[in-house]
Write a protein that binds this ligand. Sequence first.
Ligand code: PLP
Length: 456
Amino acid sequence: MNQHVVPTYRERDKASVLHPQTNLLKHLETGPTVITHGDGVYVTDDAGNRYLDSGAGLWCAALGYQNERVARVAHDAMTQLAYFPIFRHQSHGPAIDLSEKLLEIAPVPMSKVLLQCSGSEANDSAVKIVWYYWHGLGKPERRKIITRTGSYHGSTCVTISMTGNPAYHKSFGLPFDGFIHVDSLNYYRSAKPGETEEQFSQRLADSLEATILREGPETVAAFWADPVQGNAGALPPPKGYFEKIQAVLKKYDILFVADEVICGFGRTGEMWGSQVYDLKPDLLVCAKGLSAALLPISALLINEKIFRVMTEESNRIGAFVHGFTYAGHPVACAVALEVLKIYEEMDIVSRVKSLEPAFLGMLDSLKDHPLVGDATGVGLIGGLEIVADKATRKSFGPEVNISGLIEKHARKAGIILRITPGRIAYSPPLIITEDEIAEMGRLTRMALDGAWADVQ
Ligand code: PLP
């Protein structure tokens, strides 16, 4: 008898898919978790296991994992105009409507919108625009970009050079020269004994100023920051941080770029993280929540000061020679517009504000766990500091693989946790309910208990 064995998804995946952010050798042994469908804040795998996704995928699935209403909008947009580029003086309604909407809701007056497909593309384009601006002003030597240790700004060669995490640079021969990383803003880990948050922030601002002076202010183009630092484990800034940092930038005429890729669209309990911390960026980058990840799209907003110089420069050299084929894709624009309409109808900002006490309370309630040293957050983004010893705040060594242990027990408990070295980061879908937040806390405790038992 001819027995035809149909290979499983797991086998077919191992034979065909190259996975980002994955140990490729281990993957050949273990294979993937294959997710087959989602409902609300939950996803289910092909073995029928259901997980509460505490991270909204990659900080992005703000409306959860199904959306009939937006699907209909995408269908209509695709049957009207499935694609057309906005290069070379061409445009279409969805790109115009979305750009107008973004300018209307921007946290500070902005002048124009460059539509892109991902956070990396938008940050990468922002670097080019910053350089173009300084060229336009006759100061091409202003090229250096300053970012913070612990930051993540994308995976292109330039945006990963901006990223302040050496793990992302290994074996790529990166970062490029001219990308400078200043101190981590983790108060719990980096403050000196007895130092207040304000004093810590002042020390960081002084250190930024010293770096600028060492590099030469006339060589520094821009400073980049995400309002809550996602990659460092959803880390809010210490008190007074942005006020002091922005004063330094102003003093040396350095452009400020807000990376709102994670924080934009209600995540922090305001429409923008910039509003929570009173940021006054010259450029603003957003993605993720812009379409709630229902289609890939991002945007870069620039202020009038930048636009005026770009206009002159593009005329001088012939054009603003930059662009991606799918930038301003009409279907993605229509989807983003509908998502923004849904946020308005849900009053997303009030919703997140009203859930904030339950969310922060859930994080705080885990501080009694022997593995949890501290909990910080704002809106629906925050994290837990994982420590080996609460008294000394000592971390586990890499040989313990505490992240792997917590993750293993989290999956068993039925929750997807994002574990960065030293921190568990939370950014659940914004449609989460109070009951589901409580469930998130209960399942996290099960995962922590499992990991704690393993390290005893
Ligand atoms: N900036 C921040 C703050 C991010 O967290 C990310 C992705 O996680 C990016 C930029 C890059 O976005 P993308 O993955 O869409 O390229």
